[in-house]
Design a protein around this ligand. Structure first.
Ligand SMILES: [Zn+2]
Length: 297
């Protein structure tokens, strides 16, 4: 691993953070406009409440939201914390990916670029999954196209990697992860009598195998399940609390009818964001994990 001067690492991380925040802002806008049916390419950014077109100063990722106190400067309506949150997550992800690649001797290479593009695609897929519980096939196809373009460009064109070896490992990784999962899910669906995991989630795991290979994906699946279960538990607790509050309000006003039943068991887990987060974590620490694991034997 080449020695990297710390004074080079910090500006690289800052630059990546700013780039990530801008990409996060765009991706969030694209996901929100998918919901409203607007085109992301035409039409200037506007306040979702009053429709006022936003000026350059109101479009700075993170800063605009913070300086405006989370409110529209035209109508004063509150702007969702989702804007700065997505920008922050994207900024941190980009910075961490760039730092990891610099430390791994792949500073600002085609490799870094194709991971950053994958991170942006995964962020978009996560937001759409949260909003509409689907993972667009376009995201999967785009991710596959980026991986193929990387292997072709870094292989035969630039001669940086052994393209046939990387392509073979990618294919083995993708199918070795996705096919067993598909089998488990089909069996689980039969046994449980309902959908246990969405098809989009399996396609995301396919993409993960394509990018990280089967070794890193063993960690990736564990991390994704851990994040998915924790977030499902947190969501369940919040829904339970909200239900109890509703019930106590109904009791206070003397409502005696049949209260709506809370059905937590069959609420589907939104698993896409957990897989996406596990992919980002794998980009940052996956290589160390695989090396540590290989060192055990
Ligand atoms: Zn407004």
């Amino acid at each position: 691993m080449p020695y990297v001067l710390p004074q080079f690492l910090v500006p690289a991380a800052l630059l990546a953070f700013v780039l990530g925040a801008c990409v996060g802002s765009f991706v969030n806008c694209a996901a929100l406009r998918r919901e409203t049916g607007e085109s992301v390419l035409t039409g200037r950014s506007h306040c979702p409440h009053c429709g006022q077109t936003l000026g350059a100063l109101e479009l700075i990722p993170l800063l605009s939201w913070l300086l405006q106190g989370g409110k529209c400067t035209h109508c004063g309506a509150g702007l969702s914390a989702r804007y700065p949150l997505v920008e922050l997550v994207a900024g941190i992800s980009f910075a961490a990916i760039v730092v990891a690649d610099v430390l791994w001797g792949e500073a600002f290479s085609l490799h870094t670029l194709h991971w950053l593009i994958l991170a942006a695609i995964l962020l978009y897929a996560s937001l759409v999954d949260i909003d509409s519980r689907t993972i667009p096939d376009a995201c999967i196809l785009a991710a596959i196209a980026v991986r193929v373009a990387y292997i072709v460009l870094a292989g035969p064109v630039l001669g940086q990697i052994d393209a046939s070896a990387v392509a073979l490992e990618s294919l083995i990784g993708a199918f070795a992860i996705a096919l067993p999962l598909l089998a488990v899910v089909l069996i689980a669906d039969r046994v449980l009598g309902r959908d246990s995991m969405g098809g989009g989630d399996i396609k995301l795991f396919f993409v993960a195998g394509l990018y990280f290979g089967w070794r890193a994906c063993l960690f990736l699946i564990m991390i994704a399940c851990f994040i998915g279960i924790i977030s499902a538990l947190v969501k369940q607790q919040r829904e339970l609390k909200a239900h109890e509050e509703r019930a106590s309000i109904l009791e206070e006003v003397g409502f005696t009818g049949e209260a709506e039943e809370l059905n937590l068991r069959h609420a589907p887990i939104v698993f896409g964001p957990a897989i996406a987060a596990a992919c980002i974590i794998t980009m940052v620490v996956g290589r160390q994990l695989v090396m540590w694991y290989a060192g055990l034997f």
